[in-house]
Design a protein around this ligand. Structure first.
Ligand code: MSP
Length: 519
């Protein structure tokens, strides 16, 4: 059985509605998943929800609901959101799923039996908002804790701890020996800097029931629930185990989990897509947890930056938000998918402005791609009754360049660069229309053959573009194929080879892909 390309996103807290940041991350993962499938790989794409912990418990309390009901109601919205984004995820995890909870408990028992945990009394500061313990080192120069921690309280309580002391050096060595493990490089350097300049403190993996009851019970002590981050990280393997992944099931050595029907080969994950704020959990705690379980590490942690809007933090309380659903309803899903990936490379922070969105829509989608396809197909319809003429190769080198670059960039998950490369072909083809002036050729019967050549090159360039664009703009790519009169879907990158459009083919109805809007 083939190992699948296994890609995951962070699982989102269900304490509100999805926003731009959540949408961005899921679209990154979806485009990579589609790109890999387009290149012929079998893929498993996992996303979902992080439902336990204090954040969610508090949000439920604020609405006077019990946490499970609260999560169930919101989960429906998030699932609908995944559909709205046309995510091609193969499963959707909720950490309140029994298949996940039972797995977390099995892991906890196993690690406890192997002596990885100890119980101790903690005295110090705690941020409920971020669910983290804070130390004196976390104080700002003025003695206060950063406002992002919310109310910080002093407390004294017993908890279970995961020993991390002996783990630092192998992790440093691993990160140094595997340059792509944490991408981009500056995030990798950040983790290395942290590991080299700090001593890892043992990780608290429990919360006393008296303070928090919305969590997975610790199987060996009924007075505690599992720390939400330990629970959440495990989703990447609990769901793989639920699909019968042998690597995980045998590491767990628990026959209870060997009853699954499917047998997918998933672990190790190929890519965990996450935001920069949760890097330490994924690049430090998660590898240590995996090593303790006897499991290989994920191949890559791909770290994206954060969106702002109009230069300021996105925040519900200040009303500085972008509502992805409203944008999609107004401009179409593909315009949204295009903007977030074209505007922001995976890594740095980005800034959403409505003006920037509109300007890319007009320039690149409506006037660039949309206009190319519409005028190419309209001319073919008008001058040749919509019948594709004999093959011609004038743009074939340009198309091959875009296709080769796109393939190479897909393998590197360099989505912004891939779009730039694809737009190289869009611009070249638009320039070709201007240079060859088919509307003039059409007036001169002696130029009939030349017009045939030009029309073939344009129609075929549109077809190749549909194939290259499919991972990014699935609806648009499918429409281009339909307007070309092609059946099937432009979802295989091999089809980007020049000359795929058969002469004699009758095209469909040209229609604008990106209607111009009054700005
Ligand atoms: N539940 C944890 C993740 C557990 S993963 C095992 C969590 N949830 S979250 O809802 O707060 O964030 C989910 C993802 O959205 C994170 O990767 C985070 O970086 C990302 N983003 C949240 N706000 C964002 C922006 N403003 N911009 C881009 N991404 C942002 O953390």
């Amino acid at each position: 059985m083939n190992k699948r390309f296994y890609i995951t996103t962070a699982i989102d807290y269900v304490n509100g509605q999805p926003h731009l940041g959540h949408a961005y991350e899921k679209i990154i993962a979806d485009v990579i998943a589609r790109a890999r499938r387009s290149m012929g790989q079998e893929v498993f794409f996992l996303t979902g929800l992080d439902e336990h912990g204090q954040k969610v418990q508090r949000a439920a309390q604020a609405e006077k609901k019990n946490p499970q009901e609260y999560c169930d109601a919101l989960a429906a919205d998030w699932l609908a959101f995944a559909k709205k984004l046309e995510l091609t995820n193969d499963d959707f995890v909720r950490t309140t799923d029994p298949r996940h909870k039972e797995f977390v408990q099995a892991i906890l028992s196993k690690l406890n039996d192997a002596g990885h945990f100890y119980k101790a009394t903690y005295m110090g500061f705690y941020s409920a908002k971020e669910e983290t313990f804070l130390t004196e080192k976390d104080r700002l120069p003025d003695g206060k804790f950063d406002a992002s921690y919310g109310d910080v309280v002093e407390l004294k309580e017993d908890n279970y701890y995961f020993k991390l002391g002996a783990q630092q050096q192998w992790l440093i060595d691993y990160i140094e020996a595997n340059p792509d493990f944490i991408t981009p490089t500056y995030r990798r350097n950040e983790v290395l800097g942290f590991l080299k300049n700090n001593t890892l403190e043992d990780l608290c993996i429990s919360r006393p029931l008296a303070r928090l009851n919305w969590g997975i019970p610790i199987p060996f002590d009924p007075n505690f629930v599992t720390y939400v981050w330990f629970d959440a990280l495990v989703n990447y393997i609990s769901i793989a185990a639920a699909h019968g992944d042998e690597t995980i099931l045998s590491a767990l050595g628990n026959s209870k989990f060997k009853t699954q029907n499917s047998k997918l080969d998933l672990w190790p994950a190929d890519i965990h897509v996450i935001g920069k704020d949760i890097l330490k959990f994924h690049a430090v705690y998660w590898p240590v947890m995996l090593k303790a379980m006897g499991l290989p590490l994920p191949k890559q942690i791909l770290v994206h930056g954060w969106w702002q809007k109009d230069g300021a933090k996105i925040s519900k309380s200040t009303g500085n938000v972008v509502d992805p659903i409203a944008v999609i309803n107004e401009w179409g899903l593909d315009a949204f998918r295009f903007y977030v990936l074209r505007e922001l490379d995976i890594g740095p922070d980005g800034n959403w402005t409505d003006a920037g969105f509109r300007s890319r829509y007009q320039a690149e989608l409506a006037n660039g791609l949309g206009n190319l396809v519409n005028r190419s197909l309209s001319m073919l319809k008008r001058y040749r009754n919509g019948i594709v003429p004999a093959k011609s190769n004038e743009l074939s080198a340009d198309a091959a360049k875009a296709a080769d670059e796109t393939r190479a960039l897909f393998k590197q998950s360099q989505l912004q660069s891939a779009l730039q490369s694809i737009w190289g072909l869009v611009n070249r083809a638009n320039q070709y229309v201007d240079q060859t002036a088919p509307f003039k050729l059409a007036k001169d019967p002696a130029q009939a053959q030349r017009l045939d050549e030009v029309l073939y090159n344009l129609a075929e360039a549109c077809r190749v573009l549909a194939v290259l664009l499919w991972p990014f703009l699935p609806e648009t790519a499918t429409k281009i194929y339909a307007q070309l009169g092609l059946t099937g879907s432009p979802d295989k990158l091999d089809a980007a080879t020049w000359g795929g459009l058969p002469p004699g083919q009758v095209i469909g109805e040209p229609a604008p892909l990106f209607p111009r809007k009054e700005v």
